[in-house]
Design a protein around this ligand. Structure first.
Ligand code: UT7
Length: 337
């Protein structure tokens, strides 16, 4: 029997507290004008003191499992993408598994930053197609706000990131019609580690010495994200356009046939540029950065859920997705919703 992987449930969650660009004006030397013009961001959600990445993931997961018409114990694997884990180890997937009350199933944490969700979806697809698993929960969740430099020193990065979570259940189904059935049609994953230090958090890390982190490193802000924004921007546009085209070609679909483009949300200008390069009408690109900022691994499932709720993404539609981020990593996928 041949199998297909179908996205059967989607869920998302953002913490209730909103920080507008005007709120940020009071914290760091920035302006609503600058943020909107350079990035498109209007507001982001940030957690309170107590909330963790696995808490956000739990909310999104419960919604995705319910939307799939399943119960927690139907899930037989968790793939968790985050760059902002609850703790250094174990992976946040283990904390989520305990909160979902589904012991003994496989849990896999992956670290591909903004590209994490597409990597996770692709891994789930391979497991499902092999026949070894039935219902895999793929999550992207992030709590960035606790790890940002919110002083004027960090204004080039802190304004960009938001907290949130998105989850999907991907289920194994029998494949009987490749052309019409809902399924992940293709996915392509890439990385180039020679750019690792263009967007990273250096500390703590054993590459820094036996204490991993010390007062000097803290004073220098090495525990905060560091980014060469212009380099990331240039590579992001090029790579996203490139891999999106490749996935569509491999899937045997033209860009015109795609109903909705779900791109990573790092900068509205990146997405406009990709759309322009490929002559994709902007109306087909579903953007959410205005409301959430960049939520890295959570971005694509969060956008998918919003697009469904807005009635823009419907069952059976053709979706093409692309992401780029730290690593550098980039990835694309085409699926029938
Ligand atoms: O998801 C992970 C992938 N990340 C990305 O894809 C991010 C890609 N890069 C970008 O989106 C853009 O490079 C940024 C939005 C991060 C920055 O835009 P930019 O047009 O490249 O600005 P810049 O870094 O060259 O900074 C321009 C100016 C500087 O001032 P001077 O030196 O020209 O006087 C900055 O100090 O803007 C200043 N600046 C700010 N001003 C107000 C930087 N951050 C801010 C701020 N508010 N928040």
């Amino acid at each position: 029997m041949k199998y297909r992987s179908e996205i059967t449930g989607v869920g998302s969650f953002v913490p209730p507290k909103i920080f507008t660009n005007f709120d940020l004006e009071k914290m760091m030397e920035t302006t609503d004008d600058w943020i909107q013009q350079r990035t498109g961001i209007v507001q982001r959600h940030w957690v309170d003191e107590k909330t963790t990445t696995s808490d956000l993931a739990l909310e999104a997961s419960v919604r995705a499992i319910k939307a799939a018409g399943l119960v927690n114990k139907d899930i037989d694997m968790i793939i968790f993408a985050t760059l902002s884990p609850d703790h250094d180890f174990p992976g946040t997937g283990c904390f989520l598994q305990a909160k979902l009350g589904i012991p003994e199933i496989a849990v896999l944490d992956i670290r591909q930053q903004c590209t994490g969700f597409i990597y996770g979806l692709s891994i789930a697809d391979k497991f499902l197609q092999s026949g070894s698993h039935k219902n895999i929960l793929v999550i992207g969740a992030e709590v960035h706000s606790k790890g940002l430099d919110k002083t004027p020193n960090g204004k080039n990065i802190a304004v960009l990131f938001g907290d949130g979570a998105g989850a999907v259940v991907v289920s194994r189904k029998e494949l009987t019609n490749e052309k019409t059935e809902s399924r992940i049609i293709t996915s392509h994953l890439y990385a180039d580690g020679s750019f690792a230090k263009e967007l990273w958090i250096p500390a703590p890390g054993n590459a820094l010495g036996s204490d991993r982190i010390n007062k000097t490193m803290l004073d220098e802000g090495m525990h905060y994200p560091q980014m060469n924004g212009k380099t990331v921007f240039v590579h992001a546009t090029k790579r996203m356009a490139e891999c999106l085209l490749h996935s569509c070609k491999e899937a045997g679909v033209s860009l015109d046939e795609v109903d909705v483009f779900l791109f990573h949300q790092a900068n509205l200008r990146i997405n406009s540029k990709v759309a322009e390069m490929l002559s994709i009408p902007e109306s087909k690109v579903f953007n959410t950065i205005q409301n959430y900022g960049n939520t890295t691994a959570a971005t694509i499932p969060l956008g998918m859920d919003d697009a469904i709720k807005a009635g823009i993404l419907k069952k059976g539609m053709l979706v093409a997705s692309a992401a780029f981020g730290s690593g550098f990593t980039w990835a694309s996928a085409v699926w029938r919703q």
